[in-house]
Design a protein around this ligand. Structure first.
Ligand code: SF4
Ligand code: SF4
Length: 194
């Protein structure tokens, strides 16, 4: 199962790389910017967590200990939010870098793109409103791409939304085609509740 999931990851990573390449003029991601790994929910399916933990098992003991400590701290904090939405920093983020980069989940791979939401509406990345991806071309009031701003930029490539949302990329039919199942989906931190 994990082997087939890895093949699927390779396939979608190729597609996502192509999307990022196409949108290069609007992408402001830089090494050290870890905003998308903080203050969020991070949906993860069963198979994604299993794959993430393969990455974890390959880390040095000292890094593993830091991650486990982060998980414990986050779970303690979560108790105070019982019944309310709980946003947290990803426990696998160590010194503002992903400690399990090659094994990171699907949501982590599409951070920063404009995606087509499940409701059919365009979803711009949150960091756009903090001056990062697509900030030059999105209207902050309507939260959609502004034709006026696009024309002023004088960039050939128009900003595009892709089918790269989490629910699309984790569709069960894709999994069937590659011979695996995503399984249950829940916030990353909830997989560590014992
Ligand atoms: S997607 Fe946004 S928040 Fe994430 S690294 Fe890129 S610029 Fe930073
Ligand atoms: S797994 Fe890595 S890329 Fe994904 S949210 Fe956590 S630190 Fe960020």
């Amino acid at each position: 199962m994990l082997e087939n999931y890895a093949k699927y990851l390779f396939f979608i990573q190729g597609k996502l790389n192509g999307f990022f390449e196409k949108q290069k003029p609007y992408i402001k991601c830089k090494k050290g910017c870890a905003k998308c790994c903080k203050n969020a929910v991070f949906p993860y399916s069963d198979i994604e967590v299993k794959y993430l933990m393969v990455g974890y098992s390959q880390l040095e003991k000292s890094v593993q200990d830091k991650i486990m400590q982060n998980i414990q701290n986050t779970l303690t904090l979560k108790k105070e939010f019982e019944g309310k939405e709980f946003l947290y920093d990803c426990p696998f983020l160590i010194d503002d870098a992903c400690s399990v980069y090659n094994h990171r989940g699907i949501i982590c791979r599409s951070f920063g793109l404009i995606t087509n939401g499940a409701d059919g509406r365009m979803k711009v990345p949150f960091c756009c409103f903090e001056g990062y991806n697509f900030s030059d071309v999105v209207d902050f009031d309507t939260k959609i791409v502004s034709m006026e701003k696009f024309k002023k930029l004088n960039i050939k490539q128009e900003p595009l939304a892709f089918n790269a949302g989490y629910h699309f990329l984790t569709d069960d039919d894709f999994a069937k085609g590659f011979g695996f199942e995503f399984g249950d989906k829940k916030p990353l931190i909830d997989w560590f509740i014992v």
